[in-house]
Design a protein around this ligand. Structure first.
Ligand SMILES: Cc1cc2nc3c(=O)[nH]c(=O)nc-3n(C[C@H](O)[C@H](O)[C@H](O)COP(=O)(O)OP(=O)(O)OC[C@H]3O[C@@H](n4cnc5c(N)ncnc54)[C@H](O)[C@@H]3O)c2cc1C
Length: 295
């Protein structure tokens, strides 16, 4: 049996009922427990014509020693990408580096990962988290981008403030990964309906094609992917499509065949629960897949 399956089975024995039910399903979205599983997936994605964006799972880490350990793992991840000749980059969450607990220490940790990306000639992406961290994440990004230009940040189309964030980032020559947004938020912070979110996604995407470069269109929504393809026809901007592991593999393959640059986002690590909850919430039919896999 492959090592990834063995890992899931071992974890199942050690965990509670909730995890026993969800964990078998989570392997659809997550590479596995450790870096070697992520590297196997990354090489597989490269062989199918896709780049990768690799995330070591972790968020809202308050303990300094644990946050320091996250840095060491990112340095290992970046080195493994370089040593393995993998076409891809790392993507980090700032709360896993201690944002919210000690912001100065977070900046020092973030700087070490950025400096290593620079040394290895890699890009580095920053994930966007819940609304409690948006202001700080955008500020930390804008500050760091002045020193490390090969840095990009995710911006959520569901957030009302995102138009002004995109403008500030583009004014500074920064790079955006445009996503719809994955966190549960109130209507004061987000557009509450799907049509409003999609409309804002289109609006922000148009700005990126007009003024941006090196950006990523990160959605599984076929209509928005078609819209991006149409905008690309009258733009010279370099961009890529990005998708999550385990979702819309058909569309990824079609885009690669048509010659678009496509990357797959590969999370790995033990802290899989918060990420899996977001994937289930945005597509509740995954519950049925989970139940089918355990009944
Ligand atoms: C590369 C990448 C990086 C991301 N980074 C961030 C980030 O930093 N911060 C953040 O808040 N969000 C991030 N997201 C998640 C994003 O915000 C959305 O929650 C997620 O992509 C679902 O939205 P959608 O654009 O695919 O559209 P939706 O309207 O949710 O989905 C469109 C279609 O895609 C398929 N689909 C979507 N989700 C699923 C699923 N879970 N299971 C099965 N099918 C599905 C379905 O066919 C659905 O009809 C990222 C997404 C991607 C692709």
């Amino acid at each position: 049996m492959c090592t990834v399956n063995m890992w899931f089975l071992r974890r199942r024995d050690a965990l509670g009922v909730k995890e026993k039910v969800v964990l078998p399903m989570a392997k659809r979205w997550i590479s596995g427990a450790d870096l070697s599983a992520a590297m196997d997936d990354a090489k597989g994605a490269n062989s199918r014509g896709m780049g990768v964006v690799v995330n070591f799972l972790g968020e809202e880490i308050m303990d300094p020693a644990t946050a320091d350990a996250q840095v060491e793992e990112y340095l290992r991840l970046q080195q493994a990408l370089a040593d393995g000749g993998v076409r891809g980059f790392a993507s980090v969450k700032l709360t896993q580096l201690g944002m919210g607990a000690d912001d100065e220490a977070m900046r020092r940790r973030f700087d070490r990962i950025m400096a290593n990306a620079e040394k290895l000639s890699q890009l580095l992406w920053v994930d966007m988290e819940g609304s409690a961290f948006t202001e700080k994440t955008v500020a930390a990004y804008l500050d760091a981008h002045g020193r490390h230009p090969r840095l990009g940040v995710a911006i959520q189309a569901y957030a009302r403030r995102s138009e002004s964030d995109v403008n500030a980032i583009l004014d500074q020559g920064g790079m955006v990964r445009l996503v719809k947004g994955a966190y549960r938020e109130g209507p004061d912070f987000v557009f509450p309906t799907k049509p409003e979110i999609n409309k804002n996604f289109e609006k922000l995407m148009a700005s990126l094609f007009e003024r941006g470069d090196g950006f990523a269109i990160a959605t599984h929504d076929g209509a928005l992917v078609e819209r991006a393809k149409a905008l690309a026809e009258s733009s010279h901007a370099k961009f890529r499509f990005e998708f999550l592991k385990g979702i819309r593999d058909d569309l990824k393959g079609d885009l690669v065949k048509s010659g678009y640059v496509v990357s797959e986002y590969l999370p790995y690590g033990d802290r899989w629960w918060a990420y899996s909850k977001r994937r289930i919430r945005e597509h509740p039919s995954n519950i049925w897949l989970i139940l089918r896999s355990v009944l």
